[in-house]
Design a protein around this ligand. Sequence first.
Ligand code: ADP
Length: 182
Amino acid sequence: MKKRLLFLGPPGAGKGTQASRISTKYNLLHLSTGDLLRSEVKEGTELGKEAAILMDKGELVSDKLVLSIVEKKIISPNQGWLLDGFPRNLSQANSLESLLKKLSQPIELVLLLEVSDQLLIERLLARGRSDDNEETIANRLEIYREKTTPLIEHYSRLDLLHSINGDGGINQIEAAIEEILI
Ligand code: ADP
């Protein structure tokens, strides 16, 4: 079974939902940079204050900041992990690769959740998080297209990428993911 995983996909694709199901079921460390940043914001830390301004606009927070968060968390060599929402651009992917090289913990699989734009927007508006308003969503989708989609090519060259259709029901998508993992 593959146990060092990366989830890729646009905002609203269902990465968080699937990542928490899979990580619970297979005892993987679920690392969501979005969740980690939101908890910094909630706690009112300096890092959280800096991040909140950008998150509310749908912009990415700095590579350095997210990397410092991830670095603190990936430690145990025995437990697998599932990264969700990171990396989000090529520079983060390169930093991650050097970190993982140092730790001798290479990525085993990258799962791309694919969902049509119309459905993404519907899901995000229904979720109603503070950064789920129409303007911010449009910006997040644009940033995804511009900064994050180059990772698809990057990981497919490394022969790590698998695509999953994320249009279906939660259980159906989970089953499709498990089929690839095991
Ligand atoms: P979504 O997948 O719906 O975009 P996330 O919870 O993953 O939601 O991220 C919410 C926000 O947190 C992003 O819009 C961005 O501002 C910030 N963020 C999360 N992960 C990263 C990252 N790896 N690099 C930069 N910013 C990030």
